[in-house]
Design a protein around this ligand. Structure first.
Ligand SMILES: *Cc1c(COP(=O)(O)O)cnc(C)c1O
Length: 219
């Protein structure tokens, strides 16, 4: 991917954040390079995108071994048996959605920075804990000594506007629990998320274009 193209797309993302009413410097952009190779992760870092996100353990580890200068974000549900290998390299875990995951992380990365993922839409296919369990899960993780920075959510399938209610409730819940960060908003629903108080957006396709098919990428 040409650096000039990526820089232009990053400018577009920052303009979208500004148009949604926030200072682009106040909202972190996690560049989600899942599905792309090491070259794309390297290009992201070269374009100044320090925060890079992955949701497959093998991909994150391969890229982290090859690309210097990035802070690695694990943005999905992590399998417990992958935590040990990931622990030395992950800067922020976005997908804590049940107590055993917090237990596994603290075992290999005491004091690690985490976000509790909430299933804001209640769709069965979506990861995240239920609204009713957020407070207990935050307390569980904090009680283990993890650094609970905030909450994370993936918007519902559908038009961007469909994400607004859930994002608003995520922000309100984070505020009520005294948590600063809200990781919400992806390429399609970035504006809604920023308007509702996202501090972190996770952006893939708007920066890198459509992802290659997974089968191809596993070769
Ligand atoms: C893939 C992914 C993203 C990025 O999605 P885009 O629509 O490509 O911006 C963000 N967050 C999570 C959890 C993802 O899995």
């Amino acid at each position: 991917m040409a650096l000039a193209d990526l820089s232009r797309r990053l400018d577009d993302v920052r303009a979208r954040i500004r148009n949604a009413g926030r200072d682009p410097d106040a909202v972190s952009v996690v560049a989600v390079t899942k599905g792309f190779g090491v070259d794309v992760a390297a290009a992201a870092v070269a374009a100044g995108l320090v925060d890079v996100g992955e949701n497959y353990a093998q991909e994150l580890l391969a890229k982290a071994a090859a690309v210097a200068g990035a802070r690695w974000h694990f943005v999905g549900s992590v399998q417990r048996n992958k935590v040990k290998a990931l622990a030395p390299v992950v800067h922020l875990w976005h997908g804590i959605d049940r107590p055993p995951i917090a237990d596994a992380i603290v075992r290999h990365a005491p004091g690690a920075a985490v976000l509790v993922q909430v299933n804001v839409s209640g769709e069965p296919a979506k990861a995240g804990c239920e609204w009713a369990d957020v407070e207990d899960l935050v307390a569980h993780a904090a009680g283990l000594g993890l650094d609970v920075r905030g909450l994370m959510a993936v918007g519902p399938t559908g038009p961007p506007e469909a994400a607004r209610t859930g994002f608003r409730r995520l922000r309100a819940t984070a505020d009520r629990l005294g948590l600063r960060e809200c990781s919400m908003g992806m390429s399609a629903d970035l504006e809604v998320a920023v308007e509702e108080g996202a501090t972190i957006v996770r952006v893939g396709t708007a920066l890198f274009g459509p992802r290659p098919a997974r089968r191809e990428m596993r070769r």
